[in-house]
Design a protein around this ligand. Structure first.
Ligand SMILES: Nc1ncnc2c1ncn2[C@@H]1O[C@H](COP(=O)(O)OP(=O)(O)OP(=O)(O)O)[C@@H](O)[C@H]1O
Length: 298
């Protein structure tokens, strides 16, 4: 299938403090791409860049195969924008608006707006239509944004920390809604940034990690959560693994603890065959990120 979103070589400099450096990102149709990274790594900046909400110094973005962004054809961009649902980490609607008025504003902006779907999502989230935006808690504000984003049947959802501020039950409910959204049309796709990597574990197909404005890995989720492993070594075992010739120079990442050394290995099944006496657990996205970003290289 084609790509819903393709960003190539994005560069953006914010003074001397921060730059996006050659950021490329692809969201294939029918897939969920999780976007992770530490605070200040550049996730929101990248998302704003791909949504055309800021000018980049160089690079290109295509959405649904069309050039997209401040430099692209305005009519094309407006058409494309109608097919994107966006949720930011803070509620963007004016505080004095009622929830019903937010719905009316969305209906005017999106020809594909479905009032019945909006009503259903609000009911599911327990948000009263008469409530003022300013009276909503942070979690309710996020739910309102999610209800809005899903009610115009977008082909691409871009979620920046959309589950932040939601309790675990609400997060699971949102993940269910996202699964239903995807199941309704196989071409739909999602780009979602999150610090709650257990959510991405449940829904993502790929995980892209950014650090200090650069993409540091772009991996199949199963390669991280099913295939990769964390070997729990003692010092002598780690030496044996590192000298075995099974791994290239600088291929292993490790973290030393008082009780031993955790080593990220790319394939835990292969590791178990070669070193059956050393325990090797599944990796989580958090383990993988920590070791790739902060691990000692061996
Ligand atoms: N308009 C701006 N002007 C100058 N610097 C900015 C601007 N917007 C963001 N930055 C800087 O860019 C860097 C990346 O910020 P960004 O919001 O993209 O990070 P993030 O990965 O989304 O972080 P978090 O997880 O904390 O939300 C930060 O150092 C931030 O201070």
């Amino acid at each position: 299938m084609a790509d819903s979103l393709r960003a190539v070589g994005l560069n953006k400099r914010y003074g001397d403090d921060f730059s996006l450096r050659d950021v490329s990102l692809v969201v294939p149709q029918g897939s969920v791409v999780g976007f992770v990274g530490a605070n200040g790594a550049g996730k929101t900046t990248t998302i704003r860049a791909v949504l055309g909400l800021m000018r980049v110094d160089s690079g290109a973005v295509e959405v649904f195969g069309e050039a997209f962004g401040p430099q692209a054809d305005a009519a094309v961009c407006n058409r494309v924008k109608e097919r994107i649902g966006v949720v930011f980490d803070t509620c963007p609607y004016a505080g004095d608006l009622s929830v019903a008025t937010v719905g009316a504003v969305m209906a005017a902006a999106y020809p594909s707006w479905r009032p019945d779907a909006f009503k259903t999502h609000l009911q599911r989230f327990g948000i009263g239509a008469r409530k003022k935006v300013k009276s909503l808690s942070r979690g309710m504000g996020m739910k309102l944004q999610i209800a809005c984003a899903l009610s115009h049947d977008p082909d691409l959802l871009v979620l920046d920390e959309a589950t932040a501020g939601l309790d675990p039950i609400a997060r699971d409910e949102v993940l269910d809604m996202l699964r239903a959204y995807l199941a309704a049309d196989e071409r739909r796709s999602i780009l979602m940034s999150s610090h709650i990597t257990s959510d991405l574990d449940k829904i993502a197909d790929r995980v892209v990690c950014i650090d200090e404005g650069r993409i540091v890995f772009d991996e199949d989720k199963d390669a991280i959560c099913d295939v990769a492993g964390i070997a729990r070594c003692r010092a002598a075992e780690f030496d044996r693994v590192a000298r075995s010739g099974a791994y290239a120079d600088r291929e292993l990442r490790c973290a030393r603890h008082a009780y031993g050394i955790d080593v990220l290995v790319p394939d835990r099944f292969d590791f178990a065959r070669q070193f059956p006496d050393i325990a090797c657990d599944k990796a989580t996205i958090d383990d993988y990120m920590q070791l790739v970003l902060k691990g000692e290289i061996r």
